[in-house]
Design a protein around this ligand. Structure first.
Ligand code: HEM
Length: 493
């Protein structure tokens, strides 16, 4: 009877208001935080904190100041805990590594990586693929044509390409080509010419994806994946680019299968095909053609842009701080000279250069937000309760700039990695590759490439600003943090 009266007295406007208030209540109840959940900015109904600027390079510091080193955001109805500062990030990545070892389901990544391969998978499949990749990287680090030898070969092509540049030029394409060749050598057993149109177009598609993935409009797909999958936007470009890249990878895999010889593996694809045979009776390990495509994509994605961007930061710092460049060159001349190529054994004798490379990684800060994780079980961190399944983001940028750990956190200062008598010193808060069980699997390869490329270039060239141009040290937030485009002038030494 009462319900009937209410129904009769409601006009259209009242129904709209009633419906809205009802949805609001459902949203509040559904998204209510458990007790002792990390605090955070007040979320908007339905959308959460999606309009909170996700520029963690600067904004995170303000949020951490307001809410503490462990705070929360809400993207749609997905809660996310943000962890910052060396102490808390170390606690989550190292001390409680087992609690945060898995990846959450991020719709933008899920659509591409399908939770197989290495970087976005979990559980047994992830462990098997990570073990396989780490083993392959180690295996190719040894032998007659070791990884070091392959990188040295690429150094020759890299320096030749620099030599052919007559005037000011943007080093992006050459550096990306050279770095991607070290990865290509690992995966396909071959390098590609820097002007190989097919491979260059794959690299361009990839760079565009990395750029777009950091954009707020692409991030919106993570909030409304079902709706946005039918609408245009940057997410559609990302998906179409990855489709072209994976089609290219499938083509390479088909070619490999034609003359594959398991007793004479040439590269990662050959080794994976052998692993597929061995693991036939173990489908849970996920060694199949799709797994191979995504594993190759993982290594290209995680290995190319990050390393090339670090080198771009490195060259930028060298033109901004010519005195540092001169000191590196002095050390190169003293330890290596001009008559032979740099090799990895030189590194221990070159503490200043080693410190400069560490500092360019620290201040370059190319993966500022790390990769996302999730709580595998109910966990306590910093006195807060984080329920099982909650997405967690460890802000590596806040570690690399932590004022409690670094003497001059925002200034380029190789002294961070030098003792008083000029010896190299390790720093615990140096975490550009992250840390713990999920840390970068390509760290050793990346460190080899950075050292050999950087020393080879400065052995042969002096790099300087172009007349009348003043490149900025403020970078652009892609999925990585990259320098704004700049040009250099090089002169042979
Ligand atoms: C300067 C260069 C590089 C930087 C700064 C870098 C940084 C990172 C970071 C921060 C992560 C996330 C770790 C985490 O979730 O806690 C990662 C993961 C990963 N990196 Fe790198 N990386 C670099 C080069 C490479 C290279 C050369 C390769 C390939 C050979 C590679 C392969 C991977 C893979 C496969 C993962 C996913 C690991 C997993 O989920 O278990 N990275 N990297």
């Amino acid at each position: 009877m009462i319900l009937h009266l209410i129904y009769d007295s409601f006009d259209f406007k009242s129904w709209i208001i009633f419906f809205f208030v009802f949805l609001l209540l459902v949203d509040m109840i559904k998204n209510k935080n458990p007790s002792n959940f990390p605090p955070g900015p007040w979320p908007l109904p339905f959308l959460g904190t999606v309009f909170t600027k996700m520029d963690f390079k600067n904004f995170e510091f303000q949020l951490a100041e307001a809410y503490g080193k462990v705070f929360s955001l809400r993207v749609g109805s997905e809660k996310m805990v943000i962890i910052s500062g060396y102490k808390m990030v170390k606690e989550s990545l190292i001390t409680q590594s087992d609690s945060f070892v898995e990846r959450p389901n991020v719709p933008l990544f899920h659509k591409v990586f399908k939770a197989i391969g290495i970087s976005m998978s979990n559980g047994y499949l992830w462990r098997s693929h990570r073990k396989f990749t780490a083993f392959h990287l180690r295996m190719f680090g040894e032998g007659k044509k070791s990884l070091e030898h392959r990188i040295q070969e690429e150094c020759v092509f890299l320096c030749d390409a620099f030599k052919t540049e007559k005037g000011p030029f943007n080093p992006l394409a050459i550096l990306s080509g050279a770095v991607s060749n070290t990865v290509a050598s690992l995966i396909f057993g071959q390098r590609f010419e820097y002007h190989d149109e097919c491979y260059q177009s794959i690299l361009r598609l990839d760079t565009e994806c990395v750029k777009l993935m950091g954009s707020p409009r692409a991030q919106l797909y993570n909030v409304f994946p079902r709706l946005l999958q039918y609408l245009p936007g940057p997410h559609q470009t990302i998906f179409s680019n990855y489709k072209k890249i994976t089609n290219f990878l499938r083509g390479e895999i088909i070619k490999h299968r034609e003359d594959w010889d398991s007793s004479n593996p040439r590269d990662l694809i050959d080794n994976y095909l052998t692993e597929m045979e061995k693991k036939k009776s173990d489908p849970q390990a996920g060694f199949n053609i799709e797994g191979l495509v995504i594993t190759c994509l993982d290594v290209i994605e995680a290995g190319t842009e990050t390393t090339a961007t670090t080198l771009r930061w490195g060259l930028l710092f060298m033109i901004k701080y010519p005195e540092t460049q001169r000191k590196v060159q002095e050390e190169i001349d003293r330890v290596i000279g001009q008559s032979r190529q740099p090799c990895l054994a030189d590194r221990v004798n070159m503490p200043y250069t080693d410190a400069v490379i560490h500092e360019m990684q620290r201040l370059g800060d190319v993966v500022p937000m790390g990769f996302p994780k999730k709580a595998v079980k109910d966990t306590k961190l910093g006195g807060y309760f984080i329920p099982k399944g909650t997405a967690v983001s460890t802000i590596l940028s806040s570690v690399l700039h932590d004022p409690n750990e670094w003497e001059t956190p925002d200034t380029f200062n190789p002294g961070h990695f030098l003792t008083e008598n000029g010896q190299f010193r390790k720093r615990d808060a140096f975490m550009p590759f992250s840390s713990g069980k999920r840390a970068c699997v390509g760290e050793q390869l990346a460190r080899q490439v950075l050292f050999l490329f950087f020393t080879s270039l400065l052995q042969q060239f002096t790099i300087s600003k172009c007349p009348g141009e003043e490149p900025s040290l403020v970078g652009e937030i892609w999925f990585t943090y990259a320098p704004a485009p700049y040009r250099i002038c090089v002169s042979s030494r």
